[in-house]
Design a protein around this ligand. Structure first.
Ligand SMILES: [Zn+2]
Length: 160
């Protein structure tokens, strides 16, 4: 057996010291020993020596403590299979307008009152052109639109 892979009293004593530090892996210990004693111990050599010294239970391999941290974090995040597979309902903009705006108050410009919503329905100039007319506006308070049309009219121009 080469001297480079022979355990000495000094290297064994150091191995016991490193063993007390549970943050060190077998690879860490082999590197430290090789650096200090000029040896070429492999990770497996360290494991074998620790087993022979009775420092570790061969049935329960020694693992450094820091290995546990990422495992805990992994378990904390919900598995992907819990996520709903159904897409969130998306509705075209036109359908949204129809859903929240009623046409029962539509009126011409001659019929507009203080509370009539001024939101234009149809093309300006057409015979069929009307205003929404919903009595939720208040021109005296500078509210020209009903609630639904105010949301549409004052929506930010940049769409997501
Ligand atoms: Zn309106």
């Amino acid at each position: 057996m080469s001297a480079l892979t022979t355990w000495t009293d000094e290297s064994i004593a150091r191995l016991r010291e490193h063993h007390a530090n549970r943050a060190l892996s077998n690879l860490d210990i082999s590197i430290k020993l090789n650096r200090e004693f000029g040896t070429v111990f492999t990770r497996n050599a360290v494991i074998g020596k620790r087993k022979r010294l009775g420092l570790i239970n061969p049935n329960r391999p020694h693992k450094p403590l820091y290995v546990k941290a990422p495992r805990v974090r992994k378990a904390a995040s919900p598995p992907r299979r819990w996520l709903p597979k159904v897409e969130p309902p998306t509705m075209p903009e036109e359908e949204i307008r129809e859903a929240v705006v009623t046409d029962q108050f539509q009126c011409s410009i001659m019929e507009l009152e203080n509370v009539s919503c001024r939101y234009p329905i149809g093309e300006v100039g057409d015979l069929s052109f009307r205003y929404c007319g919903c009595p939720q506006a208040d021109m005296s308070s500078r509210r020209p639109y009903c609630d639904a049309h105010a949301r549409i009219a004052y929506r930010p121009s940049h769409h997501p």
